[in-house]
Design a protein around this ligand. Structure first.
Ligand code: PMT
Length: 403
């Protein structure tokens, strides 16, 4: 993780139970060679003692805007200039609201206003607080100002609820931070990515769909944007925030996804969506009533978006995914050849997926191309997105060298 070596990271810790994980985050940042200055809010100190952060960061913790000793050592404006990046982890709903409102009522909020460094937040709060309209509006305002949102992750929370609001794990936060200093090897390149499931209507209230959450496709979109790409993200129905700097087009059906992709497939096209292969031939105009014991539905094939893009006269570099429950490698190779792809990333779904596949934050990918293959191993979807993009950049460079 060389991108963070010698980087000066100002870590803001706000009040939330996830504050204890911030100590592990400091340790991991120092392991990759970063300097870390911790600034705590008053509420954060109710959860973890400043001494813990002083011990792991090797620096006195700052928390008071009016602390004469701290200000004498490094004034708050100087501290704001010192940082190469400010990361707030965990970022509470209250802190996000204060930031969105432009308040400077404590040291951390003041530093966020005074800095010119990139600012990133790892939200952590109860799922209902995250979904509250006020928090959603604050998050949107912050993203519109260029603030990077890392998460939140979904899962079981300290209060027993389950849903979005968990702080992204320290290891992934280190990766996301490194991404801010990573290569800009896709600068200005138009990249179109599909993500998530599609929904094929049966009637006005029912549909056929699948278990894709969109996490893999969104990780690709976010990483490609961080590397300078002009990303169009054509997303099926998913509950994920739009990554910063990404143009998002929401669609429902495979037909709508097909139209949105073909309007501008870019110079690189990545088909990560789990597109329904079939749709209902005649969608009922009103809710289907139950009468007989069985109901026959006639399904017709959807157009194959990936194969259509690969067959365009001026085709982009075309990358597919293969999601399989058996014979992963065989089916992936067949799809690579039959759809005439440049690359295909194969992953298990269903029982054999282990900790990867649908809806997980992690995955395992093996990539095939005509004449080669590479096992990218098991990692966070974000980490794998970076490695897949490395391969895409390398293939693009090769194809541009050829006349
Ligand atoms: O979304 P997550 O929960 O994070 O899960 C990630 C994932 C498992 C969905 C993802 O990694 C993945 O494998 N996506 C492709 C799923 C899929 O539909 O695979 P497939 O083997 O059925 O299709 C092969 C390829 O053809 C895919 O690139 C697909 O986007 C494309 N396709 C399929 C049918 C169709 N009509 N049009 C297409 O473009």
């Amino acid at each position: 993780m060389q991108a963070l070596t010698d980087k000066r990271i100002l870590l803001g810790v706000t009040g939330g139970i996830a504050a204890y994980k911030a100590a592990e985050l400091v340790r991991r940042l120092r392991d990759v060679g970063a300097e870390v200055q911790v600034v705590m809010t008053a509420a954060a100190q109710r959860f973890v003692a400043p001494m813990t952060f002083q011990a792991v960061s090797g620096r006195p913790v700052r928390s008071d805007l009016f602390d004469p000793a701290g200000e004498a050592a490094m004034g708050h404006i100087e501290l704001a200039r010192w940082a190469d990046v400010i990361l707030i982890a965990p970022a509470s709903a209250d802190f996000m609201a204060r930031l969105a409102g432009g308040l400077a009522d404590d040291l951390l909020a003041t530093l966020c206003l005074a800095t010119r460094a990139p600012l990133a937040l790892a939200p952590a709060m109860n799922q209902a607080m995250w979904s509250a309209p006020a928090t959603t509006a604050n998050a949107e305002r912050l993203v519109a100002r260029g603030v990077h949102l890392f998460g939140p992750a979904h899962g079981v929370q300290a209060c027993g609820d389950s849903g979005p609001g968990r702080m992204v794990e320290p290891g992934e936060l280190v990766e996301r931070l490194a991404g801010l200093f990573g290569p800009r090897d896709l600068e200005g390149v138009p990249v179109t990515i599909t993500a998530g499931p599609t929904r094929e209507a049966l009637d006005p209230v029912r549909y056929i769909s699948n278990r894709s959450s969109g996490k893999m496709g969104f990780a690709l979109a976010s990483t490609a944007a961080a590397r300078g790409a002009r990303v169009r993200l054509v997303a099926g129905p998913v509950a994920l925030p739009t990554p910063p700097g990404v143009e998002r087009i929401d669609v429902e059906s495979a037909a709508a996804m097909y139209e949105a992709v073909l309007a501008d497939p870019g110079e690189v096209f990545i088909g990560c969506a789990a597109v329904a292969d079939y749709r209902v031939a005649d969608v009922a105009g009103t809710k289907i009533k139950k009468h007989a014991d069985t109901l026959m539905l006639k399904l017709v094939r959807n157009p194959d978006i990936l194969a259509t893009v690969a067959a365009l006269p001026n085709r982009p570099l075309t990358v597919g995914f293969a999601a399989e429950t058996d014979r992963l490698e065989d089916y992936a190779r067949t799809k690579l050849t039959e759809k005439r792809l440049d690359l295909i990333a194969a992953n298990w779904v269903g029982e054999r997926a282990g900790e990867g596949g649908f809806d997980s934050d992690r995955n395992a990918l093996k990539v095939f191309w005509p004449g080669g293959e590479l096992d990218l191993g098991t990692d966070s979807k974000r980490g794998l997105a970076g490695r897949l993009l490395d391969l895409i950049v390398a293939r693009r460079a090769l194809s541009q060298e050829q006349p």
